[in-house]
Design a protein around this ligand. Structure first.
Ligand SMILES: Cc1cc2nc3c(=O)[nH]c(=O)nc-3n(C[C@H](O)[C@H](O)[C@H](O)COP(=O)(O)OP(=O)(O)OC[C@H]3O[C@@H](n4cnc5c(N)ncnc54)[C@H](O)[C@@H]3O)c2cc1C
Length: 392
């Protein structure tokens, strides 16, 4: 069977690419349905982009690489597509756009765009050996137990990263890269809960509080969630993508910096109240109880001098913790690292060494923050490759 373009992976990037790559496109996926991660994303409502998307929201060894694709297929282009398909959406917070109804609407939209472009989709299809004769790729596909030989001019690798193997992630993209001598930045889990060597946070499991979480000079102001195993919540997930083993994280439980003034006012108005009671007006009561083990929280608020209150606020602003690890690929929303961007054209996503070989989406060393950025990278990089293939 001879085709123009074989796309491995019917996820966000692969479907977007298929909708733009012109004639003779076959998309294959070993899963039973396309876009499974889209389906479960954003609590079933898919945070499909972010109004504030810019290259600054992405982590990569080359911070300039994402500029071209993000600049040529923007969040506004994707919003226009969503509007064209009459999918209702809303901004939740921090520029994050979600479907009003269901993430399935985004999958249906991409399927419709693929159909319009005449792209074929084969599900339940495994990828076997891949050869290359200098101009074309020879790929063995295994479908219904049958081995099918496909010859294709373009091979687009869109099979994502290693995150959530249960959802079909295999890391095949890195193997294909290795086969063709394309360098890979070591993959690691990102947007992932952090764990500790003991169960210290077990009594706090389920407690959430706004905080500023920092590591290695990067900070995020969002919620922290305590879990049985450690820390989660958006602020911790964001920081996890920058965190490395043996490096502490700092939690500022006073992110607005207004606690000292508030405690001074309480001393005036509620002097006879216990310090813990007053603190409980600003922090979750279970967290205040937990902090008693390490901080001097005895006595009434009236008994606290300015210097004592100041010392307390300083301590709450600089809680330093040393995570032991992360929950790993089992729960990581993304995979950091991936195909080294030095090996790719930032305009087309084609490898510089092998004509016709493209890598798009999460398998590339471009990883977004939490908040719709990762889908925007999938749309932008998929579009960039699709355009280039159609134009060639
Ligand atoms: C729980 C969860 C929630 C998320 N929520 C959001 C969100 O709301 N907003 C956001 O921007 N990002 C979100 N993300 C991240 C986002 O899903 C990914 O960044 C995005 O899906 C990457 O797109 P992709 O096309 O590169 O890879 P994927 O969407 O992972 O698609 C890869 C496809 O390749 C297929 N495949 C893999 N290996 C093989 C193989 N060996 N043979 C054949 N097919 C194969 C897979 O079945 C899959 O269909 C979330 C991730 C998770 C896990």
């Amino acid at each position: 069977m001879k085709i123009e373009t074989l796309i491995i992976g019917a996820g966000a990037a692969g479907m977007m690419c298929a909708a733009h790559a012109g004639r003779g496109v076959l998309v294959v996926d070993h899963a039973k349905a396309p876009g499974e991660k889209i389906r479960i994303s954003g609590g079933g409502r898919c945070n499909f982009t972010n109004l504030h998307t810019s290259p600054a929201n992405f982590i990569s060894q080359n911070k300039h690489f994402s500029k071209s694709a993000l600049g040529r297929y923007t969040q506004w282009d994707f919003i226009a597509l969503v509007d064209q398909h009459r999918i209702a959406w809303h901004e939740k917070t921090l520029g994050q756009l979600f479907c009003d109804d269901s993430a399935k609407d985004i999958i249906a939209m991409l399927r419709a765009e693929m159909d319009k472009a005449g792209a074929q989709l084969w599900l339940h299809t495994e990828v076997g050996e891949i050869g290359h004769d200098g101009t074309h790729f020879q790929v063995t596909l295994i479908r219904d137990g049958r081995h099918i030989q496909v010859e294709t001019k373009n091979l687009v690798v869109a099979c994502g990263g290693k995150s959530i193997p249960k959802m079909g992630a295999t890391g095949l993209g890195y193997q294909i890269a290795a086969q063709f001598g394309v360098p890979v930045v070591t993959p690691r889990p990102g947007l992932v809960p952090l764990t500790f060597s003991d169960e210290r946070f077990k009594p706090l499991a389920g407690v959430a509080t706004p905080a500023r979480v920092s590591t290695q000079g990067v900070s995020f102001d969002e919620a922290v969630l305590f879990t049985h195993r450690g820390l989660s919540g958006p602020a911790v997930l964001q920081v996890s993508s920058y965190w490395h083993e043996s490096v502490p994280i700092q939690i500022n439980l006073n992110p607005m910096g207004d606690l000292f003034g508030a405690l001074q006012s309480h001393r005036q108005s509620d002097g006879r109240k216990a310090l813990t009671t007053v603190l409980g007006l600003h922090l979750p009561a279970r967290l205040v109880d937990f902090l008693r083990a390490d901080l001097p929280l005895e006595g009434n608020i009236a008994d606290q001098s300015d210097s004592k209150l100041k010392a307390l606020c300083d301590a709450l602003s600089a809680w330093s913790l040393m995570p032991a690890g992360s929950e790993g690929y089992r729960t990581a929303e993304v995979t950091l690292g991936g195909v080294d961007t030095d090996a790719l054209s930032s305009k087309t996503m084609e490898t510089k060494a092998v004509a016709g070989l493209y890598f798009i989406g999460e398998c590339v060393d471009v990883t977004g923050w939490l908040g719709g950025y990762n889908f925007q990278w999938a749309w932008s990089s998929g579009w960039a490759a699709g355009q280039a293939i159609r134009a060639a």
